[in-house]
Every structure is written in C-alpha cells, then in structure tokens.
Design a protein around this ligand. Structure first.
Ligand code: GDP
Ligand code: MN
Length: 386
C-alpha cells in the first residue's frame, strides 16, 4: 500500500528526518490560509497523488505570491494526473500540499528497499537526484551507490558515512546523511515498510540536507499490526478493479493481455499464467480467489475480470482441495447467469468431486468449454480468442 507525500513526510518527521514545513489543503481558500500562516515568502503547491513525476505533469508549482498559491491550488484540485509511474491510470488530485519553498543547492537521491536478490534491505544513493533514477542507472551507473544492510548486524553509522563521502558531501552533510539513513532504517523496520524513496533529498542554501519529496510504501501483509498506517489508505488512488478485489479479499492484479485467469491459490495462478504464455497467449490478470472459493466470491471475481475491456476469454483453473469441485461448478454457473458473461469460458477442474463438477458444467446449457488438464485448458483459451 502506498501513501501520499504528506503522509510520508509526517512519518519522516516522527523519526526526526528533516522535511520542509507544510500542510495539506482541500480547497484553494484553505491553501491560502495555510500559506499565510507560514513564515515564508515563497511556497510550493504540490498535487497529492500516489505517484512521482508530478513536476513534469504540472503537479508541482513554485508560488511567489498568495494569489499564485490560490491559482495553482485551483488548477490542481480536481485535476487528474498521469505520469510514467501511474501505470496508465489518471489519478485524481483531492488535496494539495502547501510547503515553504526551499532554496536548492543540489538534488540527491536516497532510497531504502527490499533487495530480494541479496536477501536484505539495501540503500540506493546517488549524488544525482531529482531525476528518474532509472535514467541515471542507465546512463551513468557509476553515480549510484548501494549499501546492503546486514540483517543480523544492522546498520552501522560508519557504513552510512562511507556512502556520504563517496558522494562528495562535506563532513557536516555526511553526518546529516548518516542520521537520516539510520532514522529511515528504524522507520522501515518499525512500520514493516516495503519501500522508502526520497527524490530529491536536497542540500539547501544553508548546506543542510532536507527531504524535499517522500514516497513510502508499506507491506500489505503486515498492515494488520499497523492500524494507524492502514487508516491512511486512499482508494481514489488505486485501480478501481484492484480496490474492489481488495475489499473482497481477492488477490487481483491487472495485466496487459487478453486471457483472464481465475484460479484458487497464488502458486497455481502463477503456473496458469506461465502455461498461457507458453501457448502463445497473454494473461489479462493475476487472480487468486483463495482457498474458500464460494459462489459469491466467484461471482465477484467474474465481475472484476469483466470490468477489463481487453478480456477476450476466461480460463478458470480450480483445484478442489479444500473446496469441492461440484460446489465450484455451481458457483460458476450462478455467477455466469448473474453477471452475463459473453466471452468464452474454459474451465479446468481437478480434485475432490471432479466428476460431479464436470457433469454439472456439461449439463448446464451455458457455453462453458470443459478442459481435461491445464495444458488442454490453455490451448483452448488461446484458440478461443483466435
Ligand atoms: P515529483 O516530480 O512528483 O517527484 O515531485 P517533487 O516533490 O520531487 O518535485 C519535483 C521538482 O520540483 C523537484 O525535483 C525540484 O526540482 C522542484 N521543487 C520541489 N520543491 C521545491 C522547493 O521547495 N524549491 C525549489 N526551488 N524547487 C522545488
Ligand atoms: Mn520527486
């Protein structure tokens, strides 16, 4: 789950990481009031959406007067922002963050992430910030420094300082960087985060390091023990289908292909997607309906799948371990009747009561294509769209 910049900065402030003074507004009047009460002569108006790249999309504006604060807030509130990070969605701006403007001497990059390849948390740091880090990685990889944090030993200040000196910071800034990195690492652990990105981390005109932007993502699976963070969820920033799936505790991720999958179990869902690709098809989604695949959940799953206009066929792959195949077959039939599915549906059932399940599907007068195994199902799903 991702957070807004202002929420991320509140978390930073709790851990003593320096951020510019700021407050969030929902109307232009509120924005002006916030700016007025701030001891500043220049402000930044920042659209709050769950994505970076706002600057280029008109979502970050420097205001020299209160009139400009009002005008920019008016322009941004209600607008929709699409950037290279929004995954094709246009995200609505419901709030703007008003901050005092900082004088930027230099923009740096700092992030902390789960490094699966090295089985640890790693810092990625660069003296070249404010730009897309992917670009820097491509054009000048030597400017990027990585610090792996040993899981048992933890993070040592000397290791942070080494990174700071490698970036060419002054002794004072190196000390500040180490403090920020240690605070971020503590914050990451204590809140079960998945990602923290500060782009840019700036050196201001007083030669101090300040987090000018903040992006935090939390591990969904640990949110149950962080009620305060869980409450910050903003569904307006999520893909509507994914948000609906989340609400019904279905695991759904939209993809670019045209063969939808409905599967029980994440591993089986991955295998199903692999076999679809092997047969020359492209999966339209990942969908795990879970172990307790009831008729109701199957119906919701069909609705979510069909909300994607790219879907040309649906492959249902259910293994009846905990659930019985005859129950699933009935669920599929009532779901199809309720939702009115018009694309071909290929069903592969296996496991408990499989013969009863197949019989129910065959005897229904719905155009469900029955498959013997996954290989057969994938062939039929690919053939169905051609
Ligand atoms: P993003 O485009 O969504 O990543 O939004 P950022 O918060 O990173 O802002 C984009 C860019 O706007 C930054 O890289 C800065 O160059 C500029 N910017 C943001 N805040 C300030 C500020 O307080 N002062 C100045 N001078 N520039 C700023
Ligand atoms: Mn940024």
């Amino acid at each position: 789950m991702n957070f807004h910049e202002y929420q991320s900065k509140d978390l930073f402030a709790e851990y003593g990481i320096p951020v510019p003074h700021g407050k969030v507004a929902e109307t232009p009047e509120e924005a002006v009031k916030i700016a007025q009460e701030m001891d500043a002569d220049m402000w930044v108006v920042k659209a709050q959406v769950h994505a970076g790249g706002r600057g280029k999309a008109g979502g970050v504006k420097l205001a020299k007067t209160l009139q400009e604060v009002e005008q920019y807030s008016k322009d941004m509130l209600g607008m929709k922002i699409e950037t290279y990070q929004t995954g094709g969605l246009a995200l609505p701006v419901n709030q703007v963050l008003i901050t005092e403007a900082a004088d930027i001497e230099k923009e740096l990059y700092l992030s902390l992430l789960v490094d699966r390849a090295n089985k640890c948390l790693s810092f990625v740091v660069s003296a070249e910030g404010g730009v897309e880090i992917e670009e820097v990685a491509k054009t000048s990889p030597e400017k990027i420094h990585t610090l792996h944090v040993n899981n048992e030993e933890g993070l040592f200040p000397y290791a942070c300082r080494k990174v700071g000196f490698a970036m060419g910071l002054t002794a004072k800034q190196v000390g500040q960087l180490a403090k920020i990195m240690i605070a971020l690492h503590k914050m990451f652990h204590e809140n079960d985060l998945a990602l923290v990105e500060v782009n840019p981390l700036i050196i201001d005109d007083q030669q101090n390091l300040i987090a000018l932007d903040a992006k935090v993502g939390a591990d969904e699976n640990a949110l149950f023990r962080h009620k305060k963070l869980a409450a910050l969820r903003d569904v307006t920033q999520e893909d509507p289908a994914e948000a609906k799936a989340h609400e019904h505790e279905l695991n759904y991720i939209k993809l670019d292909g045209d063969i939808a999958c409905m599967v029980n179990g994440a591993g089986l869902a991955m295998a199903t997607m692999d076999v679809i690709k092997l047969k020359g098809g492209e999966p339209a989604n990942f969908l795990d309906v879970g172990g307790g695949a009831t008729a109701e959940r199957v119906a919701i799953a069909f609705k979510i799948i069909l909300s994607d206009p790219n879907v040309k066929s649906i492959l249902v792959n259910i293994f009846g371990g905990i659930v019985r195949c005859d129950l699933i077959a009935n669920g599929i039939i009532s779901a199809i009747e309720e939702v009115g599915v018009e694309v071909p549906i290929i069903v592969r059932l296996e496991g408990t009561n499989v013969n009863e399940g197949k019989k129910i599907l065959n005897e229904s007068n719905l155009s469900v294509i029955s498959a013997d195994d996954l290989d057969d199902a994938a062939n039929k799903a690919v053939a169905a769209i051609q």
